[in-house]
Write a protein that binds this ligand. Structure first.
Ligand code: ZN
Length: 160
């Protein structure tokens, strides 16, 4: 089966920035699963995976525009610490989730005060060219429930 609209693909990936530095990898862990054609992953990556099958290796380099966009000026906000989700101690330079009315988004902590923190709401990968090395592990038809939810269920996918 080939990756197309309404299939669920799972894959292992290594993500590197423009300098070749490894940023993330799923290898040695569970593969990531996503519902194709539902904007679960960034558009440039989704386009590169279209038509591929289990066992295929895909290497793709995306400009910042094709990935997480350019960094925006004025994206620094002071927010109540209680809106941030983190374990342990809140430290400058780390990425944490911030609760917003649109759900959780990743933000980078700049400064920590007693009750508030200064965070940069640019996506941590904004402004970077990214390259992905991908091994496709499995491709299957999506269930009608996955299609109606707009995401993959089960291992590597959305857990309810
Ligand atoms: Zn669901």
């Amino acid at each position: 089966m080939n990756i197309s609209k309404h299939t669920v693909a799972s894959f292992h990936y290594t993500l590197r920035n423009g300098e070749g530095l490894e940023l993330e990898s799923s290898r040695g862990d569970q593969p990531t699963a996503y519902l194709h054609g539902a904007s679960n992953i960034i558009p440039g990556l989704e386009a590169a995976l279209e038509g591929k099958a289990a066992g295929d290796y895909v290497e793709v380099t995306l400009s910042a525009e094709e990935a997480y966009g350019q960094r925006r000026e004025g994206a620094v906000q002071r927010v109540p610490v209680k809106h941030l989700i983190y374990r342990g101690k809140l430290r400058p330079g780390t990425t944490v989730q911030m609760n917003t009315q649109h759900g959780g988004i990743p933000v980078t902590v700049i400064k920590v005060g007693r009750h508030t923190a200064e965070v940069d709401t640019n996506h941590p990968l904004a402004g970077q060219n990214l390259s992905f090395e991908i091994d496709i592990v499995d491709v299957r038809a999506a269930t009608s429930e996955e299609i109606s939810h707009g995401h993959a269920h089960g291992a590597g996918g959305h857990q309810h």
